[in-house]
Ligand binder design. Structure first.
Ligand code: ZN
Ligand code: ZN
Length: 122
């Protein structure tokens, strides 16, 4: 069990407070505001630890490097801004999409990403 270093605590807090999935670079910027000495290697190492322990999950947008978010949020979806590239959480879900699949298929899960412009960029 790795101890919770001040760096790790700063990274975890940045991730939680962001309230949206962050790229390792975004997480580096936010965490550096708390602890100047944090570097990208520490970010990657900590993200690996956090995902392995179930405290963070990776968010995959096709064609882009993974982003990461705190794992405490339940089922939700994402919005990616075409202009600034930020990814936001979307609360709520239209529910089961089981009616979309052919007869005999069973749906296990779904991920939905909407694309467009965020309020800052629209
Ligand atoms: Zn934007
Ligand atoms: Zn859903």
């Amino acid at each position: 069990m790795e101890r919770r270093t001040p760096q790790r605590i700063a990274i975890e807090e940045s991730l939680r407070k962001a309230g949206r999935p962050l790229s390792p670079q975004e997480l580096l910027q936010l965490s550096r505001a708390r602890i100047k000495s944090i570097n990208l290697a520490t970010i990657y190492r900590t993200l690996k630890l956090l995902t392995e322990s179930g405290n963070a999950v990776s968010v995959h947008i096709p064609g882009e490097p993974p982003r990461f978010e705190a794992a405490h949020i339940g089922h939700h979806h994402h919005f990616r801004c075409d202009h600034c590239g930020k990814v936001y959480d979307i609360a709520g879900c239209m529910g089961s999409l089981a009616s979309l699949v052919p007869p005999g298929f069973s749906v296990r899960d779904h991920e939905i990403t909407l694309f467009g412009l965020c309020a800052d960029c629209a």
